[in-house]
Design a protein around this ligand. Structure first.
Ligand code: DGY
Length: 326
């Protein structure tokens, strides 16, 4: 009998094909409620495949006595209680590195589209207004800007390299100074005041909730642009809407939202914001690489009893061997 894999997040055909050979895959969506799931499969589920948004309900995790690995398809894992998992002897994995380039590219895309008013300019041409009303207004430059990066891990540093190609001065805010180019700014408000563009790429979760608040937005100022490619929770969305509405902030490029996929009507009505539906890593190649890494982690557990890319908090943990219950 194959060990069971509870599948919470969507999988591609390539993932299903690889994982289906080694696991009996149990899609959560196909089960008839939690009680039925636990009665039919509970003690044979050794792994869960989820993502950073769907996570795994702590109550369900606690009722899976043989659970050893939770594999998240994504670099973020804020919806998974990694502390509770560790207490239960469960190792959480994620998909770092393989998405650095495209998430960084998306951040730059949002910055440039916002600064150069790409979306309103496109709409202007499509509406046939150019020959009648003439040229549109001038926009903010891209070259020689000061770019403040909030979160200076692998993706943050990739964004910095991209921005450097446009002669940007790079500032960054993180818990500590990094051995990487750019100026470390321990005070976020001061950094925002010096920045033309503030790009947010820090993990979500309680520690960073509303890190970008009314003071940071005011410091960024009427010419400033905010880009959020991290998690909606990191930005105080009500304060952001107020700042964009009264002109305290110049513009915003947003890939993530506090209550996604719901996006506030106030943001939708603004032409100084660019809105995308959480597509930072959503290219064919990157999503294929992420899916492959999820599979590699799960299959490595079955074949070798270890995982490849545990979340940093679990880097010293080893998953329990199959059959060794809590
Ligand atoms: C991630 O990897 O965390 C991205 O947000 C995609 O879900």
């Amino acid at each position: 009998m194959k060990p069971k894999l509870l599948v919470v997040a969507p999988t591609t055909d390539a993932m299903t094909s690889r994982l289906g050979k080694a696991f009996e895959m149990i899609p959560l969506s196909a089960t008839d409620g939690e009680d039925a799931l636990l009665a039919a499969h509970g003690d044979r589920i050794v792994a869960v495949l989820t993502d950073g948004h769907l996570g795994l309900a702590p109550n369900l995790m606690a009722q899976l006595p043989n659970l050893a690995v939770i594999a998240a398809n994504g670099v973020g894992y804020d919806a998974i209680d990694v502390g509770a998992a560790a207490d239960q002897g469960v190792v959480v994995t994620h998909t770092p590195d393989v998405l650095n380039d495209e998430v960084a590219n998306c951040a730059i895309l949002l910055w440039m589209a916002t600064a150069r008013r790409l979306v309103p300019n496109d709409a202007y041409v499509r509406a046939g207004r150019w020959p009648i009303e003439g040229n549109t207004g001038l926009t903010d430059p891209i070259q020689n800007r000061t770019v403040g990066i909030v979160g200076y891990g692998r993706i943050g540093q990739t964004i910095a390299r991209r921005a450097a190609a446009f002669d940007a001065e790079i500032l960054y805010h993180a818990r500590s100074a990094k051995d990487a180019p750019g100026e470390f700014c321990p005070d976020l408000v001061e950094m925002a005041a010096r920045s033309d563009v503030l790009i947010v790429i820090t993990p979500g979760g309680p520690a960073t909730r509303h890190l970008i608040n009314v003071d940071v937005l005011a410091a960024l100022g009427p010419q400033g642009i905010l880009v959020n490619i991290a998690r909606g929770s990191v930005v105080d969305e009500a304060a952001l809407i107020a700042a964009l509405t009264d002109g305290t902030l110049g513009g915003a490029g947003l890939d993530v939202f506090e209550n996604e996929p719901q996006v506030p009507a106030a943001l939708i009505a603004m032409d100084n914001v660019v809105l995308t539906p959480h597509i930072g890593s959503a290219t064919t190649a990157t999503r294929a690489a992420m899916g492959a890494l999820v599979c590699d982690n799960l299959l490595s557990y079955l074949e070798h009893g270890t995982v490849l890319t545990p979340v940093p908090e679990h880097s010293d943990l080893k998953p329990r061997p199959i059959g060794e219950s809590v």
